[in-house]
Design a protein. Structure first.
Length: 118
């Protein structure tokens, strides 16, 4: 069964850090484009970061977020530092066969909630 399972979300104060994980099963991540999206309350889902051999970030997270992969663990990570209230939302990992940006996603995770609040 092809599946992506995110973890690592939670409540964090502004300026804090979280590391999200996305574990894949049923297929190898190597060779695919992997990305993170987020959806804030009342807003459309947006792409946050993407990796296809190169890494890409939306301007609002550049310098604060880092995407990485561990192919042995078949897992992708999103390290989030200096978090801001506007980073609040449900974070999804996604896998595509095409390169970044991920205009068409073949597999979505179920999402993990990140809340940045004091």
């Amino acid at each position: 069964q092809v599946q992506l399972v995110e973890s690592g979300g939670g409540l964090v104060q502004p300026g804090g850090s979280l590391r999200l994980s996305c574990a894949a099963s049923g297929f190898p991540l190597r060779g695919y484009t992997i990305g993170w999206f987020r959806q804030a309350p009342g807003k459309e889902r947006e792409g946050v970061s993407c990796i296809d051999g190169s890494t890409y970030y939306v301007d609002s997270v550049k310098g604060r977020f880092t995407i990485s992969t561990d192919y042995d663990a078949n897992t992708v990570y999103l390290q989030m530092n200096s978090l801001k209230p506007e980073d609040t939302g449900v974070y999804y990992c996604a896998v595509s066969s095409a390169l970044c940006p991920q205009r068409r996603v073949q597999v979505w995770g179920q999402g993990t909630l990140v809340t940045v609040s004091s």
